[in-house]
Structure formats: C-alpha cells, structure tokens
Design a protein around this ligand. Structure first.
Ligand code: PLP
Length: 405
C-alpha cells in the first residue's frame, strides 16, 4: 500500500495548535466533561459581540459582495485603512500599498512566502505568537528568537536582538501590543528597534492587531510611524478590536522606501493575485469599523469588562504562592511565571496536562509560544469574572501540593 505523508516542507514547522493537551481536552469533552477554556483569544464565545451597526452593515452588503474584488481589496476598505494610517502617523501610504486578507494570519504567511529563500533568517520574539515562527520555517526561512525580558516589562531585549543579527538576517518581527505577554512597547524601545533595522538594513514587520485594546489611557505607537526611511509592513485587523474573529477581516500596509523593495512587492502582488481576493463581505465592514466611535474603548476603561477582568486576573494569580506576573498593559492575555523549583516542574506541557486532567481547565504552556524554559503559561482572560474566579480557584487548589513526577 502507498502511504501519503505530510510534505517535508512541514518538517521544520513547529506549529500545532492541537497539541496533546488540546487533544486530551477534546477527549474529555467527548466523555461529557465540561472544560473551562482559557486557551484561545476568540472573544465571541465569551459573550463579546460586534457592534450592531457592524452586523447590519455586513448583512446589507452581502448581496453586493458576491463577486471577487480587486485582489488587494475593495476601495472603501482600503480608503478607510489608508486614513487609519494617517491617524497613526504612517506616512506616504497609497491605495496600492494596502492589502486586505482573510485575517492577519493569511497575510503573515503570504509575506514570509514572498520574501524568504532557504536559510534566510528572521528575528522573531520569544515568547511569540507562534504563527510567525511557523510561517517563517514553512517558507524555508529560519526563525531566530530574540528574548523579551520579563524583568523589563517583557520589552524586547535589544542587546539580544543585536547579537542574533547575521548576514542572513532579512527582517525583524515585533508583536506590539504583545500576545502572549500583554506588553505595550514605549517609544524609546521602538526607536531602538528602528535604529537596529537602519544599521543592518532590515525590513520591519509589526503585528499591531491589538492596537485598540490598550489600558490605562496609554497610547499605541505604530512602529512604521517612527521609521519612514525603513521598508515596513504593518498588520492589523478586526478580529480582536471588533470581536469578529470568525469574519476573517485583516489587512497589511507597506510603507517606507518602496524603491528598495520592488522585487519583494512583486512577490507579494503575485501571491495576492493567486488567492484572488479576501472575503468580500468581511471587507465591506472595514470602513464602518474604522470610522467614528470605537466602542471597544468601553471594554478597556475602568468599569469595562476586559479592564476589570485584567485587574482581577492579575491580582488573583499573583496571590497564589509560587506564581508571579507582569501586569498586562494591552490585549487580553497574561503570561505568568511559575516557580519551577517549588513544584518540581521540568515539563510545562505536562504541567498543563496534569492541571487539565485534575481540574478541567485548559491553558497553554509557555512552550506553545516558543518559550524555551518550562516556567510560564498563558491565560486568556476573556471569560467573565465569575468563570475566571472559578478557574483561578482551581489553579490555587491544584498547585497546593503539586509536585511534578
Ligand atoms: N497576530 C497575533 C499577535 C494574534 O494574536 C492573532 C490571533 O490571535 C493573529 C495575528 C491572527 O489574527 P487574525 O484573526 O486576523 O488572523
């Protein structure tokens, strides 16, 4: 018999959202158990929904959205994105520099495929949103991880970044605001990254999908706004800011000296044309979403759901003996540290599995974010306060007396 194996292109790809812990959770659910899921940044199942106006606008545009659009996207969406760039200080963006995608995910993959030859290196944060590492490796490139420093509010360690630049490095990726740490980078840190890109002539990729989910009156600064002289690709979308992850509405914007990247842009155009266009009904709401009042602000100010859930989760977790954490400044994730000596933890996936089996709570261990030590895990704090209270209570009970075998 002939067996069909997965392509060898996938051999180096460390990306599997359905690892053994998630598999076990599915088995437990099939056996009728109720699992508390703190593992996916998908707002809709936790009672968040898009503003009514957005739903109505999408409904009314469906009939007119049946055909393929321009491969980059419909005019109204790209115009709104262009104006958003103006508000964020990203200069010189034309309509041709904007591509809509089926979520940011599709565009990250497209950008890596269009850029990388075998062995080309890309600097990617650790911890990271693992799609960045997965797509870099899939494209034949090599993901080289720079450390984000927990002691410094999880900001990128510029010294480490510098050390890891080689002749093969083509680009630096930043995720700001960050998943999984919830960090928001200040101007001074961003400027240092831009300086490094200048010094070594590197492309900058900035994943800014959480830029409207920022707490405490802080301002999100777009990396590209500080780097008009660097070729930058900035990613954003509606999955998180408008709670419509299932609609698959994302975009990317090319800025800086285009003459330096004519060949790369040709590659992007080719791959964009190959997928014809992104989901047109989803594109039709981008204008509505980006203009006018941003209702997401109500979630992230004091009294708002995401704000109050952050306050709770930070305090409740750090009250548990053996757990410490940096308070998140944005998004809806926290990446706590666990005292591995206290609990004899040598395998973080085993820790997540033991916790799941014992307490029926699903979280993701640090290794899922390319964090090499077994001392972290990520919690998505989208569930309501009552559920978060239950989950943290179970973690406290579980850790009391836990000793990994
Ligand atoms: N980038 C980051 C940092 C994310 O956390 C996510 C989703 O969780 C994505 C990109 C993917 O977003 P999209 O739904 O637009 O594909």
């Amino acid at each position: 018999m002939r067996y069909f194996e997965k392509s060898s292109k996938l051999d180096n790809v460390l990306y599997d959202v359905r690892g053994p812990v998630v598999e076990e959770a599915s088995r437990m659910e099939e056996n009728g158990m109720e699992i508390m899921k703190l593992n996916i940044g998908n707002p809709a199942p936790f009672g968040f929904s898009a503003p009514e106006e957005v739903i109505l606008d999408m409904m009314s545009s469906v009939r007119a959205s049946q055909g393929y659009s321009d491969s980059r996207g419909i005019f109204s969406a790209r115009k709104a994105i262009m104006q958003y760039c103006q508000l964020k200080g990203i200069r010189g963006v034309t309509m041709n520099d904007i591509y809509t995608g089926n979520g940011v995910s599709e565009l990250i993959n497209l950008c890596m495929q269009a850029l990388l030859n075998d062995g080309d290196e890309v600097l990617i944060p650790a911890p990271d949103y693992p799609l960045w590492t997965g797509t870099t490796n899939l494209a034949g490139g090599k993901a080289v991880h720079y450390i984000c420093d927990e002691q410094a509010c999880w900001y990128p360690d510029i010294g480490d970044m510098k050390k890891k630049i080689t002749d093969r490095t083509k680009a630096i990726v930043i995720i700001n605001p960050n998943n999984p740490t919830g960090a928001l980078y200040p101007r001074a840190v961003l400027e240092q990254i831009v300086d490094l890109a200048r010094e070594h002539d590197l492309i900058l990729f900035s994943d800014e999908i959480y830029d409207r989910l920022v707490f405490d009156g802080q301002e999100h600064i777009s990396l590209a706004s500080l780097a008009p002289d660097r070729f930058c690709v900035t990613f954003n979308g509606l999955s998180k800011s408008h709670m419509v992850a299932g609609f698959r509405a994302g975009w990317m914007v090319l800025s800086g000296p285009k003459e330096q990247a004519q060949g790369y842009m040709e590659g992007i155009r080719m791959l964009s044309n190959m997928r014809l266009c992104s989901n047109v009904p989803a594109q039709s709401i981008i204008q509505t979403c980006l203009g006018g009042y941003q209702s997401v602000r109500e979630y992230v100010r004091p009294g708002g759901r995401i704000y109050e859930q952050r306050e709770f989760i930070y305090k409740a977790l750090t009250d548990i003996p053996g757990i410490t954490a940096v308070k998140p400044q944005a998004a809806f994730y926290i990446f706590p540290k666990i005292d591995v000596k206290k609990f004899n933890i040598t395998n973080d996936e085993q820790f997540a599995l033991d916790f799941l089996k014992s307490k029926r709570v699903l979280l993701v261990s640090g290794g899922g974010f390319n964090w090499k030590k077994p001392d972290h895990f990520r919690i998505v704090y989208l569930p309501c306060l009552e559920d978060l209270e239950k989950a943290v209570g179970r973690l406290r009970d579980f850790l009391h007396g836990y000793w990994q075998k």
